[in-house]
Design a protein around this ligand. Structure first.
Ligand SMILES: [Zn+2]
Length: 618
């Protein structure tokens, strides 16, 4: 592991990495730019390509490619190592396989094949497989489809597979490691019982896992999957990719559906460039697999919105961070920063999933795939649907939301294209919209740029990306550090304690607003917080006006926090019953108004600031 850091550091082009976020100019042996860690007008931030380090002569920030990602994206060191190793094409020692690992993997693969044979025999067995076979017939599955996908049946026995695999000289321990057996008080037992079995294969067609659909009414879980094993990583697997690969390349389009039976039915209907995302939203790893095929279109098919489920817009927004993170990964263009261009969205008719539609009307499914909208068009359309464009306030809100969305698009050309279209459609001066996008872009660099409105607590667990909450404390700490240093400027700061996520900082802000001074009259624990902040406070340099720096930073923080709270409240609103709606709707309205006002202030500030700079430059 320690050697890994050195090797990766040596292979990473630090100028290119930093250059993704900071405009750098060559100056002799080093590259110079405006420091991203403190506010300044003349560049004191340098990247030294020979030493592979960066250094700021203004605020003394210093580090290498790892600390860069740790600082900018709040990554853990190991996370940064992994990402940079991938970028540099370095295989980490921790992930290298020993000969023993390989031998073990071979055994497990053979065991999966053995189990697969057992299940296919189970489906053919007149004693066990009848109900499952009848079920498949009822769903209109042909024998050819059953064979192509290798469908099977796990007989309703506790030790059916267990005795079969033992006969084939596999151990119980291997059965457990492969996710086929579960350890129990009286010894291991079959994990899949009385279930229709769908083998999950890797892109080379090797069985790596199973999904089982219950055939018994009394079984609680309708579907169960294999757990993650040395062979199977659920989040990185696309079901049916082995069968769909050729058609995907031919069509230059991949279609992603949610369920395995959606994919199977589509294939049987002759739409063969379809894969399934294993029941969850498209993950970053799955997206990368498809992106690396350099496709023109990756179409995500959403089931028609049944009442009470998350809306298509929400699900569309959930896809945004994928593009953002992938844009970063692609970096200087080695994979191609295609922005939103490759991801398309189609929504099926209400209450239908691809399985239903493929069976009932394959031509319609085909047409929906062909007509899929780019993610950006789709989201703009959704925002438009719920905005009252006939009213001034409605139009303002629409433009604000669209501007935030466009600011998240990594490709400036694509951004400009969408910007002029939206401006034309709404009859708004493009300059105005552009200025709004620029204001959104000026917000401190965040790894995901704009993200979906924060998720309600219930599904926060599946957010694998950096979240706004993880993001906020940095800006908070920056503002509070400045205020600790210049407490006399507290009146300039238009913040309420709720704008801060950290309880200590919130308490500190309250004290400062009550006129207390960090040097003298704070309670002990807050005095310690203030001292730590003061020590970390950025040097502003002579030419920077601290009042201005504080004002701008606080306004940005407020915008950031209002966005989060607005998103959270909207998400809550979407999930509520009618009775509770009125109060929350008022809250949403209030937050949206506050956000607009805060953004307008930032914009005004920026414009003023820009003017001064220009005059000085002349
Ligand atoms: Zn600096």
């Amino acid at each position: 592991m320690p050697g890994d850091f050195d090797l990766v550091k040596e292979r990473i082009d630090l100028v290119a990495l930093v250059g993704e976020r900071v405009a750098l100019k060559k100056a002799g042996k080093v590259y110079k730019g405006l420091c991203p860690f403190h506010i300044e007008k003349t560049p004191s931030f340098q990247v030294d390509p020979d030493r592979r380090t960066y250094h700021c002569f203004g605020c003394s920030k210093h580090g290498d490619c790892f600390t860069w990602l740790e600082e900018m994206d709040h990554m853990e060191p190991v996370e940064a190592l992994k990402l940079l190793a991938e970028r540099a094409g370095v295989e980490l020692t921790s992930s290298k396989r020993t000969p023993e690992d390989k031998a073990r993997e071979d055994r497990l693969r053979k065991l999966m094949d053995t189990a697969h044979f057992y299940f296919t025999q189970g489906l053919r067995s007149p004693e066990h497989g009848k109900a499952a076979a009848a079920y498949l017939a009822k769903r209109g599955m042909t024998q050819a489809t059953i064979d192509t996908f290798g469908l099977g049946y796990a007989p309703d026995l506790w030790d059916g597979l267990l005795s079969y695999m033992k006969k084939k000289s596999f151990t119980e321990e291997e059965g457990i490691a492969a996710g086929l057996l579960r350890p129990g008080d009286r010894g291991p037992y079959d994990w899949f019982r009385g279930r229709l079995m769908v083998p999950i294969k890797d892109s080379r067609g090797r069985v790596i896992a199973f999904a089982g659909r219950t055939m018994r009414a009394d079984q609680q879980a309708k579907y169960i999957n294999s757990p993650n094993t040395p062979l199977f990583t659920k989040s990185a697997t696309l079901f049916a990719l082995d069968l769909a690969k050729a058609a995907i390349r031919k069509a230059d389009t991949a279609v992603i559906v949610e369920g395995q039976f959606d994919a199977i039915a589509s294939h049987q209907a002759g739409i063969t460039n379809v894969v399934a995302s294993m029941g969850t939203a498209l993950t970053q790893e799955q997206y990368v697999v498809l992106q690396d095929m350099k496709l023109e279109r990756i179409v995500v098919a959403f089931d028609g919105d049944p009442a009470g489920q998350r809306s298509a817009e929400k699900r569309g927004r959930d896809l945004l961070p994928l593009l953002q993170r992938h844009g970063r990964r692609a970096g200087t263009g080695e994979v191609g920063t295609r922005g939103f261009g490759t991801l398309f969205v189609t929504v099926l008719p209400e209450g239908m999933d691809p399985d239903d539609l493929a069976r009932a009307d394959p031509a319609k499914l085909r047409a929906l795939i062909a007509e899929a909208q780019s993610l950006l068009d789709f989201l703009i359309g959704k925002i438009r649907e719920r905005s009252r464009l006939g009213e001034n306030e409605g139009r303002l809100r629409f433009l604000g939301e669209v501007a935030a969305l466009l600011a998240a698009e990594p490709d400036p050309v694509r951004r400009e294209v969408y910007l002029s279209t939206v401006a034309t459609d709404t009859g708004v001066d493009p300059t105005l919209l552009r200025r709004q996008v620029e204001a959104a872009l000026l917000a401190p660099p965040t790894p995901a740029g704009l993200r979906a409105p924060a998720q309600p607590a219930a599904d926060a667990g599946d957010a694998d990306g950096p979240t706004e909450m993880k993001q906020t404390p940095v800006q908070e700490r920056y503002v509070m550090a400045l205020l600790t240093r210049f407490p006399e400027e507290i009146a300039r700061v238009d913040l309420v304690p709720d704008d801060l996520a950290d309880p200590d900082l919130r308490a500190l802000l309250k004290e400062l607003q009550a006129g207390k001074r960090p040097s003298s009259d704070l309670p002990a624990h807050l005095a310690a917080t203030a001292a730590a902040l003061g020590a970390a406070a950025p040097e502003l340099g002579d030419e920077t006006d601290p009042r201005q720096a504080i004002e701008i930073a606080a306004q940005r923080l407020r915008v950031q926090r209002l966005r989060v709270r607005l998103g959270e409240t909207r998400a809550k609103l979407a999930q509520l019953a009618d009775g509770d709606v009125t109060a929350l709707a008022a809250e949403v309205g209030r937050l949206a108004t506050d956000l607009e006002a805060a953004m307008a202030r930032v914009e005004r500030r920026t414009v003023l600031h820009g003017d001064t700079e220009r005059r000085e430059g002349e």
